[in-house]
Design a protein around this ligand. Structure first.
Ligand code: NI
Length: 177
């Protein structure tokens, strides 16, 4: 297994649209294992393949406190969403340090495959419902900050671009030593 680098907003690769998985093979299982390791290490509750620059419809999620309830969703689909909605303070491994409220359907029914191609269907509410919808947005090239006002989004962009520049400077300084 290996840790994968996570793309940071506003990297344009975060806006690529993921393609459906067509073969459930060792390559897919390795991607899933690496994504799970990367998510646990970060640590985060969910990660979409888009965030590690793999543009396929693959998501890993673990919203448990014990961090041992890994869910792998391949080619996920939302087949039903509730009319009632909830606002949840979302964060994202690609938008480090930023949390803001996003309104989404409170409950959803999800169909997907696991890494071996076995179909699964489940109902989600609470954090799991938020997480599934947030990660599925990534697969469509959408980052949660796009739900916020243009003013907030621009502030976030400016802050992250500045941080990225500082990080690069530090890396160069270390390399020069
Ligand atoms: Ni995210």
């Amino acid at each position: 297994m290996a840790l994968l680098p996570i793309l940071r907003y506003p990297d344009p690769r975060l806006h690529k649209i993921a393609k459906p998985v067509t073969s459930f093979d060792d390559r897919l299982r390795k991607l899933v294992a690496d994504m799970a390791e990367t998510m646990y290490e970060a640590p985060g509750v969910g990660l979409a393949a888009t965030q590690v620059d793999a543009h396929e419809r693959v998501i890993v999620i673990d919203v448990s406190d014990t961090r041992d309830q890994l869910r792998v969703l391949v080619n996920p689909e939302i087949v039903w969403a509730s009319e009632d909605r909830q606002v949840y303070d979302e964060g994202c491994l690609s938008v480090p340090g930023i949390y803001d409220g996003v309104e989404r359907p409170a409950r959803v029914r999800v169909k997907a495959f696991d890494a071996d191609g076995k179909p699964q269907e489940f109902d989600a509410d609470g954090l799991l419902a938020v997480c599934v919808q947030h990660e599925m947005d990534h697969l469509m090239g959408k980052v949660f900050v796009e739900y916020l006002s243009p003013l907030k989004r621009n502030r976030i962009k400016t802050k992250l671009v500045k941080e990225e520049r500082e990080l690069k400077k530090d890396r160069v300084a270390v390399a020069a030593r």
